[in-house]
Design a protein around this ligand. Structure first.
Ligand SMILES: [Zn+2]
Length: 245
């Protein structure tokens, strides 16, 4: 495993620099699952911008107020605010070795902001795109069923309930969330194409992009990501691996 940034002989190789691993992929690509697995395996903090904004919105400071105002108005948080939030987070001690970044950047201007931040902090950006064919994304997303009572999530094909349409845990009816209806899925995937594809092209041109096959079991996808990321494995020194989620 790597021993932090301080290289006594001054021979700074890429692997000694802290890495920001940016995970990209449309909804249904399994990005959140992989982000958690990576954070655990490499003992890097998972910086998920969505979660951070939700937390900040609950705080009392000027930033919390700003985020709350934007969100209650149903608008997206501006890039300037996001950049400030991310820079503050990446400056914390636990990000010294790097981090897994989930949910940012989503657009080209955001990518440029991240480049500025990472240069200031001396981090190297690696981008991993989890690639899943459109038909499979549709299948994964449209087959989801949610318990109307406890919120447990099933899948018609990949994780069926014991009795069709009924929650295993409490016997309550399952339903399809509006997010999981086909029109809604199509809209989100189209938005991903429109906003995020140019970003992937940008990273491809700068040689930072690794594309990983996102089909098959999460464990297999994870192995491919580990291979592609070039990160050094810290798992051998973990005494009791905790396979949560
Ligand atoms: Zn339930």
């Amino acid at each position: 495993m790597r021993e932090g940034g301080g290289c006594a002989d001054g021979a700074t190789t890429e692997i000694d620099m802290p890495d920001i691993i940016v995970l990209m992929g449309p909804q249904g690509a399994g990005k959140g699952t992989q982000a958690h697995m990576l954070a655990e395996r490499f003992r890097l903090p998972l910086v998920a911008t969505g979660d951070m904004l939700r937390e900040i919105a609950l705080t009392d400071g000027p930033l919390g107020l700003q985020v709350r105002e934007v969100q209650t108005a149903g608008r997206l948080v501006s890039d300037d605010i996001l950049a400030e939030v991310i820079k503050t987070r990446l400056s914390k001690a636990d990000c010294e070795r790097g981090c897994i970044l989930d949910g940012f950047p989503r657009t080209l201007p955001q990518a440029r902001l991240l480049e500025t931040i990472s240069e200031e902090l001396g981090h190297i950006i690696h981008v991993i795109s989890i690639e899943v064919p459109r038909e499979l994304l549709f299948k994964r997303l449209s087959g989801r069923r949610t318990c109307s009572s406890c919120g447990a999530i099933y899948h018609l094909e990949f994780k069926p309930s014991q009795t069709e349409g009924v929650c295993d845990l409490d016997g309550q009816p399952l339903f399809t969330r509006s997010d999981d209806h086909e029109e809604s899925i199509a809209r989100r995937l189209a938005l991903y194409d429109e906003k995020t594809r140019p970003l992937l092209d940008h990273y491809e041109q700068s040689g930072r992009l690794k594309k990983v096959d996102g089909t098959g079991k999460p464990e297999d996808v994870f192995d491919r990501i580990v291979m592609a990321s070039g990160l050094q494995d810290a798992s051998e020194s973990i005494l009791s691996p905790n396979h949560s989620v």
